[in-house]
Ligand binder design. Structure first.
Ligand code: GLV
Ligand code: MN
Ligand code: MN
Ligand code: MN
Length: 421
């Protein structure tokens, strides 16, 4: 019988670079743009066509294809037993304009691992499932990571079905159409037991590139809190209302925003990240004093205590704001940090070291990933490869081909080792 690690090494050595790069280029044609970007938002016509392409690819590799109630697509390579499978993969959808790697790389890497195992003639003990999760991006339907979060907690799906896109199409109706389009694919239950989950992804930040290290072992995902701050004053004439008699909701909101940025600057050592990304102004007219302003606050940090302190200050600041209007703060999303288990990190470290002939870097993920929810379900971890210039969610998103190859080699080793335990 093969020892698990010699099988892992053989799997790693059979990863085929030409096949990998060709698969990335072929999937990028679904929604491909002239500037090199990809526009493939979840459950659009183009996303459905790309799913059909993935199904054909997986079937050609001998995989059994199945789909669940959230249209998460699974490609299974059988093992010698029916023990719970090892899961790998990522998401197939993109931002309105994204790159060819965010999500797609992890899915295609999983299929390349299966091709490598086929070429090496290896039968693993456990089955291996490659997944393409539905709607990780959250740009068409909010929130993000719908597929993976509903998978681990199916009760979430009922609420997700109500989510509307810009054209008032519900996630529920888009989902039903997506399922009908692959009526030939057998349905599988959500929340199936898994032995472990590994997600390979581009870093989407500058850490690996700056360190000149090609592989990263992701130790966890930082904590996050999302708020909506609403300032309600009084709309009035821009030309006639004296400055000291206004209840200007924008002046109040900008005052708070300025103080939040100062607070974030003081938290530089804890690496707090603050984004005030979405603003709604009423009535949004050039010559009317804003009567109502709502803005979003996305704040992240590896240390949840820093976010708790931030929230306390934000609430105190808004309560104490001295103006003629009122201010409310609502927390709309919150997640504690995700910490991946040490056993998984050590295995990935070993896999990365053998692939790149040098030790990988341990780092925390700044972005959310489907792995954040899978970590609630089974031992989970992630592998990162560098992003050129740290750029992602942009057509210019790029990773050097040899780094993409190293990532898949590390994944092949990890998955093969886990599937033999
Ligand atoms: C999504 O990737 C996020 O981190 O917001
Ligand atoms: Mn992603
Ligand atoms: Mn993304
Ligand atoms: Mn993401």
């Amino acid at each position: 019988m093969n020892l698990p690690h010699s099988v892992a090494e053989r799997a790693q050595d059979h990863v085929n670079n030409d096949r990998l790069q060709a698969a990335i280029a072929a999937l990028a044609r679904f929604g491909g743009r002239d500037d090199g970007g990809v526009a493939r938002e979840t459950l659009t016509e183009i996303d459905l066509a790309s799913r059909r392409h993935l199904i054909d690819l997986a079937r050609a590799l001998g995989c059994e294809v199945s789909i669940d109630d959230c249209a998460n697509l699974f490609f299974r390579r059988r093992g010698s037993t029916d023990l719970p499978p090892v899961l790998t993969g990522s998401h197939g959808d993109t931002q309105p304009v994204g790159g060819k790697l965010d999500g797609a790389y992890g899915v295609l890497a999983g299929l390349e691992v299966i091709a490598a195992l086929n070429d090496a003639g290896i039968t693993t003990l456990r089955p291996i499932d490659v997944v393409a999760w539905t709607n990780e991006e959250g740009s068409r339907f909010g929130p993000g990571a719908m597929g993976s979060s509903a998978y681990v907690e199916p009760a979430r799906l009922a609420q997700y079905r109500e989510s509307l896109d810009r054209n008032q199409i519900s996630f529920g109706s888009a989902l039903d159409a997506a399922l009908a389009a692959v009526a030939d694919v057998p349905r599988r239950p959500m929340q199936q037991p898994m032995a472990a989950c590994v997600e390979l992804h581009i870093e989407q930040g500058p850490v690996l590139e700056r360190a000149s290290v090609p592989l990263g072992v992701v130790t966890g995902i930082q904590a996050v809190r999302w708020f909506e701050v609403t300032c309600t004053g009084m709309a009035a004439h821009a030309g006639t209302t004296p400055m000291d008699e206004r209840a200007d909701a924008m002046a109040a909101a900008v005052g708070i925003a300025q103080r939040l940025y100062s607070l974030a600057a003081r938290e530089a050592t804890s690496q707090l990240r603050l984004t005030l990304g979405r603003w709604q102004v009423g009535p949004n007219s050039i010559n009317t004093i804003p009567g109502k302003v709502t803005f979003s606050v996305d704040v992240r940090c590896v240390d949840d205590a820093v976010l708790a302190r931030f929230e306390h200050t934000l609430r105190t600041m808004t309560q104490a704001a001295d103006w003629r209007g009122s201010m409310t703060v609502a927390c709309i999303f919150q997640r504690a940090p995700t910490l991946f288990p040490d056993g998984m990190l050590r295995l990935i470290e070993q896999a990365c070291t053998r692939a790149s002939q040098s030790p990988p870097l341990r780092l925390t993920s700044g972005a959310f990933h489907d792995a954040m929810y899978l970590a609630e379900h089974c031992p989970t971890a992630m592998i990162f490869v560098p992003s050129k210039g740290g750029i992602s969610h942009n057509a210019a998103e790029e990773t050097a081909p040899h780094e993409l190859l190293l990532g898949v080699q590390a994944l092949a080793y990890t998955v093969a080792a886990l599937a033999n335990q």
